[in-house]
Design a protein around this ligand. Structure first.
Ligand SMILES: [Zn+2]
Length: 105
């Protein structure tokens, strides 16, 4: 089972499982991306960490940041019916191709 995706927001205040060398374990998320920038609340140091790594280290959210509503799914408008479009016959169904595994030479 894949791990649930953790939503992170700029401004989130998190507590991590592992404390910073300074002793603090409370961080504020300041940057999001492939790497997440977090700032130690205790000493003020900024650390970039792999998102995956960070997600595993989060123990608790103390405060949520700018939580934005999820973007509305883009609904594709149905194509306008073309006036007097030529009817194309449907292509014949494709024959199912068998995938034959070949032994490696
Ligand atoms: Zn620190």
């Amino acid at each position: 089972m894949p791990a649930p995706y953790v939503k992170l927001y700029v401004g989130d205040v998190i507590r991590t499982r592992k404390a910073h060398p300074c002793g603090g374990d409370v961080w504020v998320i300041e940057r999001l991306g492939a790497d997440v920038g977090i700032r130690c609340r205790t000493c003020g140091r900024f650390v970039l960490m792999d998102r995956i790594k960070l997600e595993r280290r989060i123990r608790a959210f103390l405060q949520r940041g700018n939580e934005l509503p999820p973007p509305e799914p883009t609904v594709e408008a149905p194509p306008a019916p073309a006036a007097r479009r030529r009817e194309q016959p449907a292509p014949p169904p494709r024959p199912r191709r068998r995938i034959v595994k070949r032994a490696r030479a």
